[in-house]
Design a protein around this ligand. Structure first.
Ligand code: PLP
Length: 440
């Protein structure tokens, strides 16, 4: 391997160049996508969270000649914070689907090029380098980087040994993590709650949300609720042998709760976007809703670096303004997610692979391969075995997001994306079996 010469770069560039980038991790996976008929030797990616089951619907909608470009679409448009039509449409959408306790005002919404950009700006605005961002384990794989790569915040992970992290009793573990951070000299500025949760696919109960608001308020910690999977909550059929739907929780937005006695409104923020529920990750549209005027001003001072493309806005506005289409799309999406999760569970059941019970949201299952780690030789430590297994999976051209990249509590857990078609999932798991030296 070439020795990397970073002499021509600044200190920040040298650090960035020496770390693995998203490109390093994903170029090989993304550049050769598997297709059962046209590219059977390609890379099977059942690790990236995309709403594959609804992609065609969006394409059809966009192609049905409804998207008229005008001069504003091609010009700079109406500014890098989300055009009035986009923000009005989003506010109407929240008012209709998120059951807000008070009307959502479009002036409290700001748009940027995806939630990844919103998170980076939130990290920049709410913290200083070295401050802590509290994240729950396991955690959406990109959160530490989104808040860390440029805003330079440190993740403070909350573990939940033997506790249901979606219930109010989990507060004790937040307290514990905060104390640990204090001892380490880390000032925690905000907690990011992913509701519905990625990767566990579960929702927080209103009581848990309220307890967390009270807790954040007590410690003057901001609470950011990432609700990007809000409308991807589905019915769990009873077909699977090892899953129980009895404890599934419907989605409740932080916007739907009466927060008067719970949290200073300037500490509560919500994020949403088009990448998941609208199956439109390529539009790169994400937004922040907050009543904190200073935060809105701080973020507004940075959005020109994360400008929402006008053609993307045109597509999103068309979707939001066609409320009949949106309603039917969301219903179809929930049905398709229910079906595809059941199919993936059936395949996993047939192959004797376990997965976490009770998930009813998102596009993923939390798959337990820990019992197979015994078959991975070359290391004693479970995390090292997971790394070796990742390498073997890469050779077999199969990708599931490993727990080690998601702050999992124990080695051997993987996030499987069930929105892929059944043939891809079956072939993916067959390759996984080869990586494990099994016949699956
Ligand atoms: C919980 C969560 N938040 C945010 C994002 C990223 O959203 P965007 O595509 O808007 O950057 C993802 C994507 O996987 C996600 O899972």
């Amino acid at each position: 391997m070439d020795i990397l010469d970073t002499d021509t770069l600044g200190k920040r560039g040298a650090i960035l160049a020496s770390k693995d980038s998203l490109r390093d991790k994903f170029e090989a996976i993304l550049s050769n996508p598997y297709h059962p008929d046209t590219n059977p030797d390609g890379f099977i990616n059942i690790g990236t969270a995309e709403n594959y089951v609804m992609l065609e619907e969006v394409v059809e909608f966009a192609n049905e000649n409804r998207l008229k470009f005008d001069t504003e679409t091609i010009n700079y448009g109406l500014g890098p914070w989300g055009s009035p039509r986009l923000r009005n449409g989003m506010a109407r959408y929240f008012n209709k689907w998120f059951n807000p306790i008070s009307h959502v005002n479009p002036n409290n919404i700001i748009f940027a090029s995806g939630l990844v950009s919103i998170f980076e700006m939130l990290g920049f605005a709410l913290g200083d380098p070295g401050d802590g961002v509290m994240l729950t384990r396991p955690c959406y794989t990109a959160f530490p980087g989104d808040f860390g790569i440029k805003a330079a915040l440190t993740p403070v992970f909350v573990s939940f040994p033997f506790t249901d992290q979606f219930s109010p009793v989990a507060i004790v573990h937040y307290e514990e993590a905060l104390s640990r951070a204090k001892v380490a000299g880390i000032r925690v500025r905000f907690l990011v709650l992913c509701n519905p949760h990625n990767p566990l696919g579960r929702c927080y109960s209103p009581k848990a949300l309220m307890a967390l608001m009270r807790w954040c308020n007590r410690h003057s910690i901001h609470l950011i609720a990432d609700e990007v999977y809000a409308m991807s909550v589905y019915e769990v059929p009873h077909a699977s042998s090892s899953d129980s739907s009895s404890n599934t929780q419907p989605f409740h937005s932080v916007l739907s709760l009466n927060t008067d006695e719970l949290i200073d409104p300037s500490l509560l923020h919500q994020t949403y976007g088009f990448s998941k529920d609208f199956a439109s990750g390529g539009l790169r549209l994400g937004c922040l809703y907050t009543k904190n005027k200073a935060l809105l001003r701080a973020v507004s001072a940075m959005t020109q670096f994360h400008w929402t493309p006008s053609p993307s806005e045109t597509v999103a506005i068309a979707m939001l303004e066609d409320e009949e289409w949106t309603a039917s799309f969301l219903t179809k999406s929930k049905e398709a997610l229910a079906t595809s999760s059941a199919v993936a569970k059936k395949v996993l059941d047939e192959m004797g692979i376990r997965y976490a019970e009770g998930s009813n949201a998102g596009f993923f299952l939390w798959v337990d391969l820990s019992s197979f780690l015994d078959r991975v030789y070359g290391a004693e430590d479970g995390w090292a075995k997971e790394e070796i297994l990742n390498g073997r999976m890469f050779k077999e051209k199969i990708f599931l997001t490993p727990g080690g990249a998601q702050a999992a509590e124990c080695p051997g857990f993987y996030r499987l994306i069930f929105t892929r078609d059944e043939r891809s999932i079956r072939e993916g798991l067959r390759r996984l079996g080869r990586a494990l030296g099994l016949v699956l």
